[in-house]
Design a protein around this ligand. Structure first.
Ligand code: GLN
Length: 399
């Protein structure tokens, strides 16, 4: 127990930023804390509970032993930028300039934040598909942008092209895209990306695209990086990271690939936010990004098995599942359990059943839109699935 008493709030304390009052702490991270508190099986926050590949761990150990302990170049170590450029060309067909188009940051989280800070002017709007990964809301607020939400409709998470077109206008500075998508598992198709492209070109906006789940694809789904579409290379910021692909979410190494003039602005923001990502871990990343194609094929087939396993567990326990075509989450409908809302259900699930999931409302601007949804992740071991399966069996009986 920590015996220290926190400082008392002064009677007349200085005021805090009004921006901060506009968003809450991350619900996803909060669910992990609750999972620890209740010793629940954690199917909430998307981090693997299995080891990272031995080669990447060894490379990190060797980098520390070789005394790579001081700052890397602010926008990323040369070795890592070289590897990022090689992999980017392999996966997109587009050669990029390692000196001028890459900024390595502390995870995709900082990469997106630094990008938003670099491109947003007061009064700008950003288009965001909803449900959205919860960071995009605070990212918009902290950078000073107003988000314009466009609905993805269950069960196949299609958007209405007219609603999308209506969200764009003279104030639009960017669209934030995430494909494969968290939390829905949607993989945007070429025709959809072309609609987005046409609007970005028409209104002269950026596409900030979070492609961190690019290798987790199922049922023949194909990942199409939007920067490969005609007219998009010069207006796309592509975000990625080591986190999900190499199962090292705690290392915090990510990057933004953007045209040189945009990269200059992103680098300035990144430099004064964090200076740089962990130097030895960047060296390990440089090696991981060179893994052969078999590594990525196995990653996808292992995740396919995990998806099937969790779909089976959740369906048996009475959830209606929206089958994901990519990423490592399953959105479910919980209406049949008869709880007042998703938060009440998630609280009951973590405290009484012993399984943590993320309340759907945290992925929507208006919490009511997610009140019958809960998200589970399947980046977990068989042992975790077994324990979750046993516990969720109680849910069926008590519901
Ligand atoms: N992307 C992960 C999720 O949605 C979590 C990321 C994070 O917590 N930084 O669960």
């Amino acid at each position: 127990m920590n015996p220290a008493k926190p400082a008392p709030a002064p009677a007349n304390s200085p005021s805090l930023s009004p921006k901060v009052a506009q968003f809450t702490e991350s619900v996803i991270r909060e669910m992990t804390r609750m999972a620890i508190q209740y010793q629940a099986i954690n199917l909430s926050q998307g981090f693997p509970d299995f080891p990272a590949p031995a080669e990447i761990k060894r490379a990190a150990q060797e980098a520390i032993a070789a005394d790579i302990n001081q700052y890397a170049i602010t926008w990323g170590s040369k070795n890592l930028r070289n590897s990022i450029a090689e992999k980017f060309e392999r996966t997109t067909g587009i050669p990029i300039d390692t000196e001028r188009e890459i900024t390595v940051c502390c995870g995709s989280t900082e990469s997106i934040m630094a990008t938003m800070m670099a491109i947003i002017s007061p009064g700008d709007e950003v288009v965001v598909f909803e449900p959205f990964y919860e960071n995009y809301g605070p990212d918009a607020i902290m950078s000073g942008a107003s988000p314009r939400f466009v609905k993805l409709h269950a069960p196949d998470w299609k958007f209405d092209p007219e609603e999308l077109a209506a969200a764009f206008g003279p104030r639009t500075k960017a669209i934030i895209l995430n494909t494969p998508n968290n939390p829905t598992g949607k993989v945007f198709e070429r025709a959809e990306l072309e609609m987005i492209r046409d609007l970005c070109v028409r209104w002269n906006t950026f596409a900030v695209t979070d492609e961190i789940y690019e290798h987790m694809l199922y049922d023949g789904a194909k990942h199409i990086p939007i920067c490969t579409l005609d007219g998009m290379r010069e207006r796309t910021v592509t975000i990625n990271a080591l986190s999900k692909t190499y199962s090292v979410t705690g290392w915090r190494v990510g990057w933004a690939v953007a045209p040189p003039d945009v990269s200059v602005a992103i680098r300035k923001c990144h430099d004064f936010l964090t200076v740089g990502a962990a130097a030895p871990l960047q060296e390990a990343g440089a090696i991981a990004l060179k893994f052969p194609q078999e590594y990525y094929d196995k990653l996808a087939s292992d995740y396919l098995q995990r998806r099937e396993r969790l779909l089976g567990i959740l369906t048996n326990a009475g959830f209606k599942c929206f089958k994901p075509r990519g990423a490592y989450y399953i959105m479910t409908d919980i209406a049949d359990f008869g709880f007042p809302d998703d938060v009440a259900f998630a609280k009951y699930l973590v405290s009484e059943i012993g399984v943590a999931a993320v309340p759907g409302s945290s992925f929507y601007k208006n919490p009511a839109s997610g009140r019958t949804q809960v998200r589970f992740t399947f980046c977990k071991t068989e042992k975790t699935f077994q324990a979750a399966e046993e516990r969720l069996a109680k849910l069926k009986k008590s519901a």
